[in-house]
Design a protein around this ligand. Structure first.
Ligand code: FAD
Ligand code: FO1
Length: 479
């Protein structure tokens, strides 16, 4: 009897190694065919970054090669997955479609609809795999059985839960016969387009090259190098130092399995020879847990995706000045640390975490612009842009999220003094004023005369006055 044919639908798991759903499909049959559906419901949105699509397409291209090496193929569809996936499955006579779960509201509705459409065609769906998280969100709950809203207790509970090791890579699979290939083409299989074909142009290098191989190599470098993960806590806040893993896009698109990442971190932790090194590695593990925390709260409180969670920030009287927003986007606010960060984002598709917090605080508390404008702009630029982490970061910075901490307002000058003390980062990204004294670059209090001929703008607002206005309005809000 011929082997049954199972489709594996990739979305945020663009790899063949350490993929829970894919392993389950392979356990069922050797005839596992991969599929990715280019979804206009996502790609035609106004929150998509050319750098991110470039990373995704590059990763898909490598994934196609990986499938070929394993003996099968990755098909590519374009259209509404509700129609495209069941149509392909039915044409190929697939008995089941497997995929990994996601927390995003869009994903949950889409997956529900695809499952219903498959059922109509009597095709099974297998979707119980929480591949993108170390722990199933339903298992991390308070003593009272509620989901967590605050990170620290979440972390304390999460770290106690068993962590699964990586699972094996897809291998020894069989692909489509030539007849089945024709059927797949009839059902919409196309050649993988370029990002440019999809309307997204990105000329610059990406911080991390697309694909599984580059992600694995970067993980190895970061975790094997004594100066990287072992000094993470000391270095991670200084944007001029490449002290973080740069694995965020790999984790967003799943070119790396999270179990593989955790195993590497645990391995270096167990080999560490000092408490100090262990603490540094622990901090990195806590960052990985922030990612899980934000996905967990998105899963349990999908309303976070719609806007502010806390009362005082609902209906907040934002100024929403469009010219100021444009200055922020372009890195022309007259605050060197803010401008450096925004230019890093615009040029590389990535921004250092410390700077994400600085510019987010500046947009909301200094320019008094709705944080959702910033949230969207980040998604239009970041190559690691991800709904849960981005929304979590913005709500944290805007004081609108779940974290019950009092109002946070960053002073750009204090931040620059602490985290870019030699103004190296500022000089790299704001070259027109690099000749000025470090003190001036950090304080941002640059005399008009010193700005003459540089083209660098005067400050668009005054921090002290603006934060007073923000605080006053915040106080007057209910809640
Ligand atoms: P590392 O410091 O090496 O951390 C390892 C991994 O842990 C990261 O790759 C990421 O997956 C996760 N992580 C680290 N910090 C956080 C965090 N604060 N929240 C959630 N996960 C974290 N991260 C995204 O992946 N996508 C986003 O769209 C995103 N938007 C953000 C917006 C704002 C306003 C803020 C303040 C933070 C945002 N972050 C986002 C979190 C963080 O800035 C990035 O994950 C980090 O800078 C990526 O660099 P790295 O891979 O070198 O991180
Ligand atoms: N997933 C898809 O299945 N198809 C796509 O065309 C697609 C495009 C895309 C673009 C940017 C981005 O950040 C993610 C993208 N993804 C795409 C992945 C997407 O995050 C997941 O499909 C989620 O499950 C949607 O909620």
């Amino acid at each position: 009897m011929a082997d049954e044919l199972v489709l594996f639908w990739h979305r945020k798991d663009l790899r063949i190694r350490d993929n829970l759903g894919l392993v389950a499909a392979r356990d069922r049959t050797p005839k596992v065919i991969g599929v990715f559906c280019l979804d206009p419901g996502i790609l035609d949105g106004d929150d998509i970054a050319p750098a991110r699509v470039t990373y995704m397409i590059g990763s898909l291209s490598e994934l196609q090669e990986s499938y070929q090496s394993a003996g099968s193929e990755l098909l590519v569809l374009k259209g509404d997955p509700k129609k495209a996936i069941p149509k392909l499955a039915s044409k190929l006579g697939a008995t089941a479609v497997y995929w990994n779960r996601d927390v995003e509201p869009y994903a949950r509705q889409r997956d529900h609809d695809v499952a219903a459409a498959l059922k109509e065609k009597d095709i099974e769906r297998c979707t119980q795999f929480w591949d993108q998280l170390m722990n199933d969100p339903d298992t991390i709950q308070t003593g009272g059985g509620d989901p967590y809203r605050v990170y620290t207790p979440f972390w304390r509970n999460w770290i106690k839960h068993e962590k699964q090791p990586p699972v094996e890579a897809l291998s020894n699979v069989t692909g489509l016969s030539s007849h089945e290939k024709t059927l797949a083409n009839d059902a919409g299989n196309i050649e993988l387009p370029t990002a440019k074909d999809l309307g997204y142009e990105w000329e610059n290098d990406l911080l991390l090259a697309p694909g599984e191989k580059a992600a694995l190599a970067q993980l190895e470098t970061f975790c094997d190098d004594d100066r990287a993960v072992a000094e993470y806590d000391e270095q991670r806040d200084f944007p001029a130092i490449p002290g973080t893993s740069t694995l965020s896009a790999a984790l967003k698109f799943g070119t790396l399995g999270i179990r593989t990442v955790w195993a590497a971190a645990s391995d270096v932790y167990s080999r560490a020879r000092s408490d100090e090194t262990r603490e540094n590695i622990r901090t990195w593990q806590q960052e990985l847990c922030w990612r899980e925390f934000y996905q967990s709260v998105m899963y349990f409180f999908p309303e976070l995706a719609e806007g502010p969670y806390r009362e005082p920030l609902k209906d907040f009287p934002w100024d929403n000045n469009e010219a100021l927003f444009e200055a922020w986007c372009e890195g022309r606010t007259g605050y060197p640390i803010v401008d450096a960060a925004m230019r890093q984002l615009n040029t590389t598709g990535w921004m250092h975490n410390r700077c994400r917090m600085i510019v987010a605080s500046f947009l909301t508390k200094d320019l008094i612009i709705d944080w959702r404008w910033g949230e969207k702009y980040f998604l239009q630029k970041l190559y690691d842009g991800d709904l849960s982490s981005n929304n979590g970061g913005w709500q944290w910075s805007a004081s609108s999220g779940m974290d019950p901490k009092p109002l946070r307002i960053f002073n750009p000058a204090s931040q620059a003094k602490k985290y870019d003390p030699e103004a190296e980062y500022i000089r790299e990204w704001v070259p027109e004023i690099r000749h000025l004294d470090t003190k001036l670059l950090i304080s941002g209090e640059i005399p008009d005369k010193a700005l003459e001929g540089t083209g660098y703008p005067k400050r668009v607002v005054e921090h002290k006055a603006q934060q007073a206005i923000f605080k006053e309005r915040y106080k007057n809000q209910k809640g």
